[in-house]
Design a binder for this molecule. Structure first.
Ligand SMILES: Cc1cc2nc3c(=O)[nH]c(=O)nc-3n(C[C@H](O)[C@H](O)[C@H](O)COP(=O)(O)OP(=O)(O)OC[C@H]3O[C@@H](n4cnc5c(N)ncnc54)[C@H](O)[C@@H]3O)c2cc1C
Ligand code: FES
Ligand code: FES
Length: 485
């Protein structure tokens, strides 16, 4: 019999919270600003785009505690169970933090609305990499928008803060104490909390998640809430009964085997980045262009697959690598190629009670050619107009295997099978690529929407294949992956 707790427990700055009334759709931001009157954390866009609401969430990882920047506007209160939430009020409570001092000294703030969010992102970066490079600083700030100061003084402040010693930083020096306090709150129980007609559930394990999905009618699974949060803030949708899986250790495994890497569905983009850099380096830069740091710290690979979006960035990348997914329910596990999971727009091969448990990603064959591209209107924090990922294996100079996967070109993420057929068995030459390009119209009839027209998408799809050919053969040494402006 699973032990049950009807309470959400966490630490907020120095205070211990034990809440018995938490609605599934209550955001962390509303709790901070309305219930606790911590109004340093601002609300701008309420959709994870501007970073004004950035706070730190300390999450237990192994024996330690990892602080990450999150968007409190779309992070749901129930999801911080057994975590440490840190707001800007806590950062400067005894003395200004070096990040804050540097922001003042180097004029990193004008109207100040965005400033607490910047301070929190820079603090998270400072804890992780005090002497961050300019590229790392820019990456850490992808999810923070400033309308009046301009980014140069803020970047200068980030660099200057790196000169301060982390030795006396409260969050770093108190990490062991905070970790012990969080461990003391953890009773290993399932959380089952009702507030009026609203219900919040937090399973205690993957097996318990399967049991809950079998028991509870019409549940909403909530992982990082970077999609679900917007259903609430933008569409006022009721998500009860909501099953929060973001802290489920069973879904956060990363196993590196000789032939493949297996990741749990609950692994966030940020958590997977180091493994990805080592095992699938062709995806490194592509991955860093998913959302901003806050979204990558919350959003999960499983959520990106389960939502079935035709413009999600992970499915094309994983399909090109030949990934399979494992679905689980009380009936057991089911394995299927990722590309077969997507049946039609909004329809996935998922039975009631199923959840995505793991993703199995084979290592590319040695000598294989791999690349991934994301085409957007602006470089950072933007959704793909077209995403493409390619895997080609050559037998001598002849194409033996071709897997070309696209997002944004159809109602689902989809392989260009007619184009692939025109490549396989042919010499890997520009003439072959040019002949194969003619087959794109058989594979895709894309839509026109506010991101791109159908004609633009077709042209981009063809050009990306050509670019892949030129980059992997070195036929055009002038090409660069990114153009500095
Ligand atoms: C500002 C912003 C920028 C973004 N940028 C990008 C981008 O660049 N590229 C991109 O692809 N996406 C982007 N997204 C979308 C989003 O971040 C991703 O789709 C993310 O991976 C969703 O994961 P999540 O854990 O947050 O899912 P959630 O929002 O928690 O859930 C999404 C859906 O998946 C279901 N679900 C979650 N986990 C499971 C599971 N294990 N089993 C079954 N069902 C499950 C949920 O019920 C829900 O239907 C962005 C979002 C925001 C807010
Ligand atoms: S208010 Fe804009 S990201 Fe949260
Ligand atoms: S200082 Fe005004 S928005 Fe950044």
């Amino acid at each position: 019999m699973t032990a049950v707790r009807a309470q959400i427990r966490f630490l907020l700055n120095e205070r211990e919270e034990r809440l018995t009334e938490v609605r599934s759709s209550e955001t962390l931001l509303d709790h901070l600003r309305l219930a606790r009157r911590l109004r340093g954390t601002k609300e701008g866009c309420a959709e994870g785009d501007c970073g004004a609401c950035t706070v730190l969430v300390g999450r237990r990882t192994g024996d330690s505690l990892t602080y990450e920047p999150v968007n409190a506007c779309i992070r749901l209160l129930a999801s911080v169970d057994l975590c440490h939430v840190v707001t800007v009020e806590h950062v400067g409570r005894h003395a200004l933090h070096p990040v804050q001092t540097a922001m003042i000294d180097l004029h990193g703030s004008q109207c100040g609305f965005c400033t607490p969010g910047f301070v929190m992102s820079l603090y998270a970066l400072w804890m992780r990499a005090p002497k961050a490079t300019e590229t790392e600083i820019e990456e850490a700030l992808q999810g923070n928008l400033c309308r009046c100061t301009g980014y140069q003084p803020i970047i200068a402040a980030a660099k200057a803060a790196g000169e301060a010693s982390p030795a006396n930083d409260p969050l770093l020096s108190e990490r062991a104490r905070v970790r012990a306090a969080l461990d003391a709150l953890d009773d290993g129980a399932r959380v089952d909390l009702s507030t009026g007609d609203d219900r919040v559930l937090i399973p205690s394990s993957a097996a318990d998640l399967a049991a809950i999905l079998a028991e509870v009618p019409k549940p909403t699974i909530v992982a990082g809430s970077t999609d679900v949060g917007l259903w609430i803030t933008k569409f006022m949708r009721d998500i009860s009964p909501a099953v929060f899986i973001n802290n489920l250790a069973d879904l956060q495994i990363i196993e590196t085997g000789p032939d493949a890497v297996t990741i749990g569905a609950g692994v966030t983009y940020d958590d997977f980045q180091a493994t990805l850099d080592a095992e699938f380096p062709h995806l490194s830069a592509y991955w860093r262009r998913i959302g901003g740091w806050q979204v990558r710290a919350m959003g999960t690979v499983g959520g990106n697959i389960a939502n079935g979006s035709p413009i999600g960035d992970t499915p094309p990348a994983l399909i090109a690598l030949g990934a399979t997914i494992i679905l689980r329910s009380t009936a057991g596990q089911r394995t299927l190629p990722l590309e077969d999971f997507f049946i039609a727009y909004g329809k996935q091969d998922r039975q009631p009670g199923d959840f995505v448990e793991e993703i199995f990603v084979p290592r590319p064959a040695p000598g294989g050619l791999d690349a991934a591209y994301k085409v957007t209107k602006r470089r950072d924090e933007d959704i793909s107009a077209v995403a493409a990922a390619f895997h080609v294996e050559l037998d001598g100079t002849t194409v033996a295997v071709a897997r070309l996967a696209y997002g944004g070109m159809a109602a689902t993420p989809k392989r260009a099978t007619a184009v692939e057929a025109a490549l396989v068995g042919q010499p890997w030459t520009l003439a072959t690529v040019a002949r194969a390009e003619a087959r794109f119209a058989e594979d895709f009839q894309p839509l026109t929407d506010w991101r791109a027209s159908a004609g633009y998408r077709q042209t981009v799809a063809r050009n990306l294949l050509r670019r892949f050919y030129l980059e992997t053969t070195g036929e055009n040494a002038q090409l660069t992956r990114e153009v500095a402006v």
